[in-house]
Write a protein that binds this ligand. Structure first.
Ligand code: SF4
Length: 371
């Protein structure tokens, strides 16, 4: 097995100042990018820290005690996050997903959720506020999160076998505690709960059927995510990707499945229902079945950098506007002009890119902008 070379470039530093256009853009909720994709989904990373070290996201060899995590002063405050979120909502955002790192590590997160829960869409409806977590703190926090206005949670869980799970989170965290967290979230009414399992061929693909059997009939939607070449530190290789088509086949052989339609535009998961009506699964196939065509997601890093794609190499610095003397109208117009100039479609291009594509322009880390 050849030694993996993991380049380390602090991608967080590669951003351009967000420019305030000379002509203001009115917020109509109908903003779209160069491919006609509306802005509907905002993912907000509230911390760059995590208590797990999943190798496909935050490998321990890189994200160790000497890694330069962001100082607290660099993070957007809850008031700053809510102010910028308000502008996105006015441009059409209907769903906010809180991410990290591990978002539940951010102290008093409930305060932010309360502030975001007070916002209304352009149609005057409550926002769909959800959160992606590794589940390690859910048992303690589920009720308070629900009470603060959080509607749903997505829990990352890469296997049921305790040895495999501990190896994948690389901090020896027991699977039983995450399962307890999921039960606590279900009891608190944070549903429908979704489970995200990243499938890595040769590492945890033998967990596909045990996971399907375990969550079938539970009301929880299990999604299988193809292992992705996110960031620049996980040593990604195509031969470790198990195509979603094979995941579906493996399950279908034992638990017959029927294909379902998308439940919302821009949905990342392809839905499959159990033929006996006892629930559904999803597959998220960024590598083998790109879904950039209706990607309506923007990502805000924990220090206010706006990214237009999970595989972006450059952010747009909104914090300098937020902390400068920009008005809300100027901040709103800057966001509009950035989105209107968007043409990202990395997953569509991946297969056609030469292996050394982007040399020197590394992709941003998923732990920094959220999945
Ligand atoms: S690769 Fe980028 S543009 Fe395509 S679906 Fe993912 S985030 Fe959206």
């Amino acid at each position: 097995m050849s030694e993996r070379v993991i380049p380390l470039i602090d991608q967080r530093l590669v951003s351009v100042p967000a420019r305030v256009p000379s002509v203001a853009t009115a917020a109509t909720g109908l903003l779209s990018d160069t491919r006609g994709r509306p802005l509907r989904d905002l993912r907000i990373s509230v911390t760059d820290r995590c208590n797990f070290r999943c190798s496909y996201c935050m490998p321990k060899s890189i994200f160790d005690k000497d890694y330069p995590y962001l100082p607290h002063s660099a993070l957007l405050s809850f008031e700053e996050i809510t102010r910028v979120a308000r502008q996105f909502v006015a441009h059409g955002v209907q769903k906010i997903r809180l991410t990290g790192g591990e978002p539940l590590l951010r102290k008093n997160l409930e305060i932010l959720i309360e502030q975001l829960a007070a916002l209304r869409t352009v149609e005057g409806q409550p926002l769909d506020i959800t959160l992606t977590t590794n589940g390690s703190l859910l048992t303690r926090k589920a009720n308070a999160l629900k009470a603060s206005g959080l509607q749903r949670v997505t829990v990352s869980l890469d296997g049921l076998d305790d040895t495999i799970f501990r190896a994948m989170n690389d901090v020896d965290f027991p699977v039983a505690d995450v399962l307890d967290g999921i039960a606590a979230a279900q009891a608190a009414g944070l549903g429908p709960i979704k489970i995200n399992m990243v499938v890595k061929r040769g590492t945890n693909d033998d967990q596909i059927l045990p996971m399907a059997r375990h969550f079938k009939g539970s009301g929880i939607v299990l999604r299988f995510i193809e292992y992705m070449d996110v960031g620049a530190t996980n040593g990604w290789r195509m031969d470790e990707v198990l195509p979603s088509a094979e995941v579906v086949q493996r399950i279908h052989r034992e638990l017959p499945l029927v294909q379902l339609g998308a439940s919302a535009p821009g949905e990342t998961a392809e839905r499959w229902g159990y033929a006996d009506g006892t629930g559904e699964i999803g597959v998220i196939s960024s590598v083998t079945q790109a879904f950039c065509g209706d990607c309506n997601r923007a990502r805000l890093s924990t220090e206010g950098q706006l990214y237009l794609c999970l595989f972006a190499s450059q952010g747009h610095d909104l914090r300098q506007l937020i902390r400068g003397d920009a008005t809300d109208e100027q901040l709103s117009s800057a966001i509009a002009s950035i989105w209107q100039g968007r043409g990202d479609r990395y997953s569509e291009l991946r297969a056609s890119l030469p292996p050394d594509a982007g040399q020197g322009k590394r992709r941003v880390e998923m732990s920094y902008i959220g999945g």
